[in-house]
Design a protein around this ligand. Structure first.
Ligand code: SAM
Length: 265
């Protein structure tokens, strides 16, 4: 087809068009030898003394316990921006950990105005030392999280569901359905294939069409072999009962990866 005035001819479509494996992509950010960060650096442009929740987040990012399992400030800011734009009324968070991601989302709900709320699912169990984490929190995580969110002025935005996330989600489905369902689910809990699938399947019956599900840690080779979120992205057509479209984001300064699903059927 030619239309008068077109200035660019259509590209030639290669006969063997196929997806390029991640390792062969021309651009795929990786941390190079000797460049792995040792803590999250809170950007100076977010250091606003007049903003209570940002100051509370700044304090949290200075705590060694939040590295590296919490969202980086860069990733958190992106999540905050999505919530500001999508304007969900009901968010499900699977995997609260120390509540860094909860802060980024709850602050966006507060800035949105209205009664938006996060249902936070986590076992709130002990945090042990691990790769890149030389500190632990053996008891009291739920109290710690409540205290932090209160300091940020965000505690009233969060409903807690302590325990095994798929089990607790199934119990909470009726409550979530009565509230109009879920418009945004942030899935960052059990990262095994079975665990991530259980979390998706637990929330899916109450995830609105048009609603979003976000998966953290989608590049197993970058984030310590977490296979579950990748499996969901790669098998979306068969593991989801709903119909989804999806895209992926690179994250900084560690490219653990983020996948965004939108339920369209
Ligand atoms: C990677 S951390 C979440 C980080 C958090 N979203 C953030 O960015 O600040 C994963 C969390 O999921 C929790 N978790 C893992 N498996 C779980 C399960 N089956 N039920 C409930 N919580 C679980 C862990 O205890 C941990 O707090």
């Amino acid at each position: 087809m030619t239309i008068a005035g077109w200035r660019v001819s259509p590209p030639t479509i290669p006969p063997d068009k196929a997806a390029i494996p991640r390792e062969d992509l021309e651009y795929f950010p990786r941390v190079r030898e000797g460049e792995h960060p040792l803590f999250w650096e809170f950007p100076a442009y977010l250091d606003n003394p007049n903003c209570r929740w940002l100051q509370a987040l700044k304090e949290m990012y200075a705590m060694p316990i939040v590295f590296p399992a919490s969202l980086s400030p860069e990733a958190g800011l992106m999540l905050h921006g999505l919530i500001r734009n999508i304007k969900p009324r009901v968010i499900v968070e699977i995997g609260t950990f120390c509540s860094v991601s909860t802060h980024w989302m709850a602050s966006a709900l507060a800035e949105n105005g209205g009664n938006g709320v996060i249902h936070a699912f986590d076992d709130f169990g002990p945090i042990h030392k691990g790769p890149w984490r030389d500190v632990e929190m053996l008891t009291g995580r739920l109290d710690f999280v409540k205290d932090r969110l209160a300091k940020a002025g965000l505690l009233d935005r969060v409903v807690f569901h302590p325990g095994d996330s798929p089990t607790e989600l199934v119990k909470a489905r009726e409550e979530l359905a009565r509230a109009g369902g879920v418009q945004f689910a942030f899935i960052d809990g059990d990262h095994t294939v079975g665990g991530a699938l259980q979390d998706l399947w637990a929330v899916e019956p109450v995830l609105n069409t048009g609603g979003y599900a976000m998966l953290h840690d989608t590049y197993p080779e970058q984030c310590g072999g977490h296979e579950g979120p990748r499996h969901i992205l790669d098998h979306l057509a068969t593991v989801g009962a709903g119909l989804y479209e999806s895209c992926e984001f690179y994250l900084s300064p560690l490219n653990y990866g983020m996948g965004l699903l939108r339920r369209i059927g």
